[in-house]
Design a protein around this ligand. Structure first.
Ligand code: UTP
Length: 330
């Protein structure tokens, strides 16, 4: 069963909340903790015995394709174009020609997860990843019957009956019933907030008697906005970064500097991720992501994301201040 599983990864979205970075790069190729968001997802597949994936591409799909074809030759990846962004449910339905009736693992392309997926695949049940949250009215929420079976899913409930949020990772033991439910919501034009939602298709399945259970997601790292991207960077570096020493610079880990980046006379960290080809010189940088081939020079930066090929250059101040004076630069 596990061996047949195909991963469906929708990455067609425009990523408006991550502008300006997504003007030139698709969201999933933005770096976080040392590699593109999509790489964090794809790198976890082989350990699960998953060798096939379908990527639903749209906005700047060609760049996604180029990246994946170059770096993931060991995976069999098919691409489907989502011509119009009609919602997650619509995106997933486009994978049907490739997935057919196989078991499917759906993973949102802008979220990094930590969960016992091996256990989920071995469990042989339809199951969706959930996490208890303090503010359930902001999320899609799952209600269960007390024995872990989903009874209802509600988008952003005003009076939530549960605190279990739908995180964006779903396992279905068979593709066919899921694709039929997705076709049904499109046929009946069932939309939520104008889009065909995966949640609505699952609701159709549950109403028809299909058993869907939940599994706990320990790590749920959203990368959809600059603040959450930086937060994910912090959390993943805390967990995964190895100690780094850079001659001539001071490093306060955790910090991740890709091979091929140049760091000279800097104070780096904590929580800095520097991609290949970047140049950091005479700079103090903390809590930041510096993307490929960017230049950061003569400046202090924090909580910053510097895009590919961008140049951020400051300068040193000159003062001639008398005794007992006070000078504040803000
Ligand atoms: P989001 O709505 O969070 O992502 O969808 P987005 O559209 O890229 O970002 P914003 O809202 O404009 O900032 C979650 C995931 O589902 C995919 C997106 O690519 C993202 O990975 N998705 C969503 C699709 O592939 N197609 C859709 O029609 C909707």
């Amino acid at each position: 069963m596990t061996r047949d599983t195909i991963a469906i990864i929708p990455v067609a979205g425009v990523g408006t909340r991550l502008r300006p970075h997504t003007h030139t790069l698709p969201k999933v190729l933005l770096h976080v903790a040392g590699k593109p968001i999509l790489a964090h997802i794809l790198d976890d597949l082989p350990a699960l015995g998953i060798t096939r994936a379908v990527l639903i591409v749209g906005y700047m799909g060609e760049l996604v394709r180029e990246y994946v074809d170059e770096h993931y030759r060991h995976l069999h990846v098919d691409y489907v174009e989502q011509p119009e962004r009609l919602g997650l449910g619509h995106a997933v339905s486009l994978a049907e020609p490739y997935a057919g009736d196989r078991p499917v693992l759906i993973i949102l392309g802008d979220t990094i997860f930590e969960a016992d997926l091996e256990g989920v695949l071995a469990g042989g049940e339809n199951s969706i990843g959930v996490k208890a949250v303090a503010d359930p009215h902001r999320f899609g929420i799952v209600e269960t019957d007390g024995q872990g079976r989903v009874t209802r899913m509600v988008e952003k409930p005003e009076e939530p009956a549960s605190d279990l949020a739908i995180t964006g990772i779903y396992y279905f033991t068979r593709g066919r019933p899921l694709f039929e439910a997705l076709a049904e919501i499109q046929r009946r034009d069932i939309r939520t907030r104008g889009e065909f939602q995966l949640t609505d298709a699952m609701q159709v399945l549950v109403a028809g008697g299909t058993v869907i259970t939940t599994f706990p997601v320990q790590g749920w790292y959203d990368c959809g906005k600059t603040e959450t991207l930086l937060e994910t960077n912090r959390v993943l570096l805390d967990k995964r970064a190895q100690p780094v020493q850079i001659p001539g610079s001071v490093v306060h880990g955790p910090v991740l500097v890709a091979a091929g980046a140049t760091v000279e006379n800097c104070i780096l960290g904590p929580h800095v991720s520097v991609a290949a080809g970047a140049l950091l010189r005479n700079a103090v940088v903390r809590d930041s992501i510096v993307n490929e081939n960017a230049t950061v020079e003569d400046i202090m930066l924090e909580s910053s994301v510097v895009g590919e090929n961008a140049v951020v250059r400051g300068g040193f101040r000159r003062v001639n201040v008398g005794d007992s004076s006070e000078v504040f630069f803000t």
